[in-house]
Design a protein around this ligand. Structure first.
Ligand code: AMP
Length: 208
């Protein structure tokens, strides 16, 4: 199926975790603006230096930077028959820019209450070798790899609260924007990874 899918929701909703499953099912590449920005920060590139202050403060990186980043990424061959967007778009101007360069056929909104988001994010850990995401209590990593897990610098309670406030003010209005276009599918994300994954597969079943 050509066209793209958007995974939408607050930080910690499980977008990255669920993206992994959808990539396996669809073969579409995952495009995560958060991962791209972290890679740029780690590489010390100009983009990374520009973005770092915003990411560390829990604020959204300005639209003009993000829109340019996506436009460039969509030029790659693997993006030609649609991609899975994870964490993009996050503002209405980003969604408007996206509508000009890609055909989105579903926006999966993974809905999780704020308190659960905070609990999930402060316990979140990542395997730097595979990008796999775990949680100290809810989804522990196998013992062999637990020593190499890292915690994102912006995954502390204070920054999470700021990221949540950016989400409510700037990103949440996009749900209505996509609902009006008939593209929004709301999924209860406050369940196990498997249950959420199955609900997403069902929602996309006609299209997968
Ligand atoms: P994430 O990994 O999706 O939680 O993103 C981590 C951080 O990267 C966010 O808190 C923002 O500072 C920045 N970021 C990621 N995606 C976007 C986006 N689409 N627009 C603006 N900022 C973004």
């Amino acid at each position: 199926m050509s066209g793209s899918v958007v995974l939408f929701g607050p930080p910690g909703a499980g977008k990255g975790t669920q993206a992994g499953r959808i990539v396996v099912r669809t073969g579409k590449p995952q495009i995560s603006t958060g991962d791209m920005l972290r890679a740029a920060v780690a590489a010390g590139s100009e983009l990374g230096m520009e973005a770092k202050g915003y990411v560390d403060a829990g604020l959204l990186v300005p639209d003009v930077i993000i829109i340019g980043l996506i436009a460039e990424r969509l030029q790659d061959d693997d993006a030609s028959s649609g991609v899975l967007f994870d964490g993009y778009p996050r503002t209405i101007p980003q969604a408007e820019a996206l509508s000009k360069v890609a055909e989105v056929y579903a926006v999966i909104s993974i809905e999780v209450p704020d308190d659960a988001v905070v609990e999930r994010i402060v316990g979140r850990r990542m395997d730097p070798e595979t990008g796999d995401i775990y949680h100290v209590a809810f989804n522990p990593a196998p013992s062999g790899i637990s020593s190499r897990l890292i915690q994102r610098e912006d995954d502390n309670e204070q920054t999470v609260r700021k990221r949540l406030s950016a989400y409510h003010q700037q990103t949440a209005p996009l749900a209505d924007w996509y609902a009006q276009k008939g593209l929004l599918v709301r999924i209860d994300g406050d369940r196990s990874i498997d249950e959420v994954g199955m609900a997403i597969e069902e929602a996309l079943s006609g299209a997968l």
